[in-house]
Each structure stands twice: as structure tokens, then as C-alpha cells.
Design a protein around this ligand. Structure first.
Ligand code: TYM
Length: 333
């Protein structure tokens, strides 16, 4: 079985619909066909200051939500990044293989550091992509299911894998980004020109999966559309409606053409009302299941500990190989 690896940051509150449709949904599907490793990247969440109690709670909430979304510990390996120290160990080697300029060209770093100013930007934000490269390479993953905004980090991962292989001999598969076109980017409901994002979107623009279903319905009904009335998929001319059609189509399995036919001659209101119901029908059991997993912290921790153990078995072997190849003296075993 080919191997997949992916990660998600623990965030305050909950994941948003972009995380689910752009990434987690694919994770759930791929656990059936792939040797799947999925993690909550708690270390990546620390590039900006976090309250310790909040970080801890967010990480557990993130794991609970992934289980609620359909990850099955029998079918995949689910763990917390900090439970597998090999990620940060390999990350150092990756940092030493990455050019300063190469890292400085990462657009997520450029955007975030420009917003924060250099004095408020941690070195961790700068080296963030190196840790992500290590996350992927330490499992020798073949595919990485992510949204479009992670593509550049995946390209860096491919570059580093090739560089390592070239310098030290074939070691890593060169991993492919797995980014289904339709859901690669879910847009902000209030500003459909930009992606839905926890850090950038206004509350009304983002569907938080643990929101009250009533709030969710209201946000969909007040999504920004256009002054035309035709329900048609057209990313450039009708970004708002196209975004709603993408969400509708992905959650129900109905094709875009089918939806255009279904809503021919009907107004935006009808589409929004139906979509509000579809989304709330989806989030309601998600909320319930998340709560159930949070209500049993011992069981949740056990899943994560077991996952970390399986992950470490793979990661430690890769790290040993890498240390050997780069010329470090083997320690006592
Ligand atoms: P993060 O936590 O920001 O996002 C998690 C996943 O959700 C996707 N995503 C979206 N997809 C479509 N539309 C959107 N509006 C949208 N917003 C977010 C992201 O592309 C991502 O797949 N650096 C990563 C986490 C990470 C990782 C890794 C991923 C760390 N190590 C190794 C893969 C492999 C991040 O911050 O994702």
C-alpha cells in the first residue's frame, strides 16, 4: 500500500469547512486504500505564542474532531506531532539542507511575517516549512493530501527529498501533493476572492464546524453572492455562487451540472436555504461525536498513545538511516 501522511494545526474553537473539504475529507477516504498517517501538528501551532492550557485543550479537541470526521484508529495511524520526537530531529537535518533564500521565499512566511513585523516573527515561523518537510519525509510518504495553500511547502519537500537522495543516495520517495481540483480552495463566505481562513476571515465568512447549527445556517444565508440571479458555476464571474455550489456538490455527491439544472429558474435564496440544511445536517452529528470523544479523555489519550507508538516505529527507523547516511557516529543501541 502506498503511504500517505498529513497534518493539521490545532486551532482555538474548531476546524472550519475549508479544512474539512480541502483536506480531512480526503484523509478519511484515503485510510481505506493507503497506509495512512495523520497527525495534529501541535508543535507547528507554537510559532505564535499560545496559552499552555489552551494549546493542550486545542490539541485534544483537534484529535477528537478528526475522529468525529471519520478517521478510524483501526484504519489509520492518528497521533500528536510532539509525541514523535523524530520529527524535530529530522527537521534539523532538513534545515541544514535548505537554503536561507529558499526558506525566505515561502509565501506563507512572507505574508505572515509582513503582517507581524520581524520583531514579532519567531524563528520558528521561518523554519516551519523545514519541520513540515521532516514530518513528511520521516514516514517516507508517497502522497500528501492538503489544500492548495500548502502546495509550495510540498514543492519544497520534493526539492529537499531530491537533494538528500542526490547527496547521500536514494533514501526518500519524492512525495506528491494530493490536491483534488474541486475542493483545493474553499473561499470566505463574505469575500469569495480569498480562501476561508481561521486567521484572516471575519467570523461571518467562516463556517466553524463546532458552531451552533443555527449560526452556521445564518452564515450561509448571508453569504455574499452577486447581483445576477442565475445559479451557474463560474469561478471568475460568480465566485460566491461557485463556492456555494462546490460545498453543496462535495457534501451531497451531486454534480455541478446536476445542481445547475436543479436550480434553473430558482433564486439564490432557494439554493442557500437548501445548502444551510445540508451543512447543518452534516455538522450536527460531527458536533455530537466530537463531544463524545472529549467526554472520555482516557480513551482519547489511548488512541493517541497507540498512534504515536506505531508512528515512532516507522520514524525512528528513518531517522537511524538518515543519521547513518549523513555521517553521524552511531550511538549505543
Ligand atoms: P492547516 O492546519 O493550516 O490546514 C489544514 C489543512 O486544511 C487545508 N485548508 C484548506 N483547504 C481548502 N480550502 C481552504 N480554505 C483551506 N484552509 C485550510 C490546508 O491546506 C491543510 O491541508 N502546514 C500545515 C500542516 C502540516 C502538514 C504537515 C500538512 C504540518 N505538517 C505535513 C501536510 C503534511 C498547515 O498549517 O495546515
Amino acid at each position: 500500500r502506498p503511504r500517505v501522511l498529513s497534518g493539521i494545526q490545532p486551532t482555538a474553537g474548531s476546524f472550519h469547512l475549508g479544512n474539512y473539504l480541502g483536506a480531512v475529507r480526503q484523509w478519511v477516504a484515503l485510510q481505506e486504500t493507503h497506509d495512512a498517517f495523520y497527525m495534529v501538528v501541535d508543535l507547528h501551532a507554537m510559532t505564535i505564542p499560545k496559552d499552555p492550557a489552551e494549546l493542550r485543550n486545542n490539541s485534544r479537541m483537534a484529535a477528537a474532531q478528526l475522529l468525529a470526521a471519520g478517521l478510524d484508529p483501526e484504519r489509520c495511524t492518528l497521533f500528536l506531532q510532539s509525541h514523535v520526537p523524530e520529527h524535530t530531529q529530522l527537521s534539523w537535518i532538513v534545515e541544514c539542507l535548505t537554503g536561507f533564500g529558499e526558506a525566505a521565499r515561502m509565501t506563507q512566511f512572507k505574508d505572515k511575517s509582513a503582517k507581524q513585523g520581524t520583531d514579532h516573527t519567531s524563528v520558528g515561523l521561518f523554519t516551519y516549512p523545514a519541520l513540515m518537510v521532516a514530518d513528511i519525509l520521516v514516514y517516507r510518504a508517497h502522497q500528501v493530501p492538503v489544500g492548495e495553500d500548502q502546495r509550495q511547502h510540498l514543492e519544497l519537500t520534493r526539492t529537499i527529498a531530491e537533494r538528500f537522495n542526490g547527496r547521500y543516495g536514494a533514501t526518500f520517495p519524492v512525495p506528491d501533493a494530493y490536491i483534488p481540483q474541486e475542493t483545493a480552495k474553499i473561499y470566505d463566505l463574505q469575500d469569495p476572492a480569498v480562501k476561508m481562513s481561521k486567521s484572516a476571515s471575519a467570523p461571518k465568512g467562516i463556517i466553524e464546524l463546532l458552531d451552533e447549527p443555527k449560526t452556521t445556517a445564518k452564515k450561509i444565508k448571508s453569504a455574499v453572492t452577486d447581483t445576477d440571479t442565475v445559479i451557474r458555476f463560474d469561478r471568475d464571474k460568480k465566485p460566491g455562487i461557485s463556492n456555494l455550489l462546490t460545498i453543496y456538490s462535495t457534501l451531497t455527491g451531486a454534480g455541478i451540472q446536476e445542481l445547475e439544472d436543479k436550480y434553473a429558474g430558482k433564486g439564490y435564496g432557494a439554493l442557500k436555504t437548501d445548502l444551510a440544511e445540508i451543512v447543518t445536517d452534516w455538522v450536527t452529528p460531527y458536533r455530537d461525536r466530537t463531544r463524545e470523544f472529549m467526554d472520555d479523555p482516557a480513551a482519547l489519550d489511548k488512541i493517541l498513545f497507540d498512534g504515536a507508538e506505531k508512528a515512532r516505529a516507522v520514524a525512528s527507523e528513518t531517522l537511524r538511516t538518515v543519521y547513518d547516511k549523513v555521517g553521524l557516529v552511531p550511538g549505543r543501541r
